[in-house]
Design a protein around this ligand. Structure first.
Ligand SMILES: [Ca+2]
Ligand SMILES: [Ca+2]
Ligand SMILES: [Ca+2]
Ligand SMILES: [Ca+2]
Length: 291
């Protein structure tokens, strides 16, 4: 039974349904977060709702490596700084050395949990309250809109880690070691100044208009991917093999930190009927509006 029969001379003419039909009961919706509606300033946590869907939230916290000399040293609490400039750690940037040379603390890590059921708020960790983590996310990303210090030749090196948090600890317990499992990052998509035309699924060095970007940790099943040589403004998107509800973005540079202006994720909705093309348009809109 043909849906359309545009060529009456061809008994077997085909119509292209690409981008028109999603042959699945599941769909996705992309939600975007900027800091404009956040409680501004430096806080132990900041919980934001998506302007388009208040049930989808980010719980943002800040961490820092306890030893400047050891990139694998333990993470200890710092503060996140969320405001209309974006998402930073301590100040507005995620930096490789939080307190300066010859000071004990090292690299900053922005920690982002995907949650629901909280009330937008910011303040002391003891006041962290939310319902539960979202357990339907395999795609997320963010926009790097500035390097600090800002120089045209500057490029930033970052590490991204994906986790699935077990349980939903509240208040100060949120910080004391919620068990997590590593989630394999399977692809990276770069858009913008350091954009690469195709989705990247293997380690390697990729030539972009802003120079070479080198990716390590993507091949295989690890949950930590390092990307070196990023220019601003660049959108970094990741896909994971299983559901993730926590993202770490760490500065692993020797000089530049990064400022992030926007965070987004794509949540799988069962029984949704949104077309793939519409979801892509939403994504593009959120990027343009924030860039
Ligand atoms: Ca900082
Ligand atoms: Ca230091
Ligand atoms: Ca650099
Ligand atoms: Ca979880």
């Amino acid at each position: 039974m043909p849906l359309l029969h545009p060529d009456e001379t061809d008994p077997d003419d085909r119509i292209d349904l690409t981008d028109h039909v999603v042959a699945s009961v599941a769909g996705t919706s992309v939600v975007s977060f900027t800091g404009e509606n956040a409680h501004p300033g430096s806080n132990e946590f900041n919980l934001l709702s998506s302007p388009s869907d208040a049930s989808k939230q980010l719980l943002v916290t800040g961490l820092v490596r306890s030893s400047q000399g050891d990139p694998n040293s333990a993470l200890v609490n710092s503060e996140c700084n969320v405001n209309q400039q974006g998402f930073g750690v301590d100040n507005q940037s995620i930096q490789p050395d939080t307190d300066g040379q010859n000071q004990p603390l090292g690299r900053e890590v922005l920690q982002i949990d995907f949650v629901t059921g909280g009330t937008p708020d910011a303040g002391d960790g003891a006041d962290i309250a939310y319902g539960s983590h979202l357990e339907n996310i395999t795609q997320a990303g963010f926009i790097i809109n500035q390097l600090t210090p800002s120089q045209s030749a500057g490029r930033a090196d970052i590490a991204i880690r994906a986790f699935n948090v077990q349980g939903n600890e509240q208040g100060s317990d949120f910080f004391n070691g919620s068990p997590t499992t590593a989630v394999d990052i399977t692809s990276i998509k770069l858009t913008g100044a350091s954009g690469f035309a195709s989705t990247i699924t293997a380690d390697g060095t990729y030539a972009t208009a802003s120079g070479n970007v080198t990716i390590t940790g993507l091949s295989g099943t690890g949950n930590a991917v390092t990307i070196t040589g990023l220019d601003n403004t660049t959108t970094v998107d990741i896909t994971t093999s299983g559901f993730m509800d926590r993202l770490h973005v760490e500065s692993v540079d020797s000089n530049e930190g990064i400022d992030i202006t926007e965070v987004h994720f794509s949540a799988t909705n069962t029984n949704a009927h949104r077309s793939a093309s519409r979801a892509r348009h939403c994504r593009a809109g959120s990027v343009n509006a924030s860039g």
